[in-house]
Design a protein around this ligand. Structure first.
Ligand code: PRP
Ligand code: URA
Length: 208
């Protein structure tokens, strides 16, 4: 497993706007869209290419085109917030949704919704979720996506805690992880510190 931390100046700048508790839902989503585009650029760095013969205005040449189906897999609900930015950069991407929620008694994440394109086994699947906290939701989502046949999986998160990274490393050593920021720790409620709060609430305005 590789862990890539995207410390690009633009990402750090935009993420600071998102972390600020005074940032509105609208500006939060706008910056998430912009960071998602920058993340998509990095996550797709090594995607397979094939030759494509074209003619420029000057002469014929053999260029390159993508030779890999990409499936974005947002973990509901906050993962939806990363989809628009990724799709702007990868217009041929398909999208499979997976909803995970924790059983309040056992704390075990449970899948409550899933709908995926049929070509999972041959595709590059990019699981997206803004927050990797305990890692429970992402790990369980990846288990279930693997059960549906996916073989090539990456995980892209905005903010990660060391605890969550350790869980993905333990459960899915075959999954490469790309994050925009590695934060300090989790607090007693399982929130990332300093983090940005509840990503879903901030994205959809459900915290008032
Ligand atoms: C958030 C976030 C992740 C999860 C991370 O979702 O979007 O899915 O928490 O926490 P974990 O690493 O400890 O599992 P949440 O459960 O708040 O649901 P929501 O997206 O519906 O708000
Ligand atoms: N889920 C969130 O939305 N934020 C956190 O800090 C942890 C889990």
């Amino acid at each position: 497993m590789s862990v890539t931390i995207l410390d690009h100046a633009l990402i750090q700048h935009k993420l600071t706007i998102m972390r600020d508790k005074n940032t509105s839902t609208y500006i939060f989503k706008q910056n998430l869209d912009e960071i998602a585009k920058l993340m998509a650029f990095e996550v797709t760095r090594n995607v397979s290419l094939k030759d494509k013969a074209i003619e420029t205005p000057v002469c014929p040449m053999v260029g390159k085109e993508m030779d890999q189906q990409i499936i974005l897999a947002p973990i509901l609900r906050a993962g939806i917030g990363l989809v628009d930015g990724f799709r702007d950069i990868i217009p041929t991407a398909k999208v499979g949704h997976i909803g995970m929620e924790r059983d309040e008694e056992t704390l075990i994440p449970r899948e409550y919704y899933a709908k995926f394109p049929s070509c999972l086994d041959a595709a590059d699947v990019i699981v997206v979720d803004p927050m990797l906290a305990t890692g429970g939701s992402a790990s369980a989502a990846i288990v279930n996506i693997k059960k549906r046949g996916a073989k090539y999986i990456k995980l892209a998160c905005l903010v990660a805690a060391p605890e969550g990274i350790a869980v993905i490393e333990r459960d899915h050593p075959d999954v490469d992880l790309v994050v925009a920021a590695l934060d300090e720790k989790l607090n007693e409620k399982g929130y990332i510190v300093p983090g940005l709060g509840d990503a879903g609430d901030r994205l959809f305005g459900t915290d008032e």
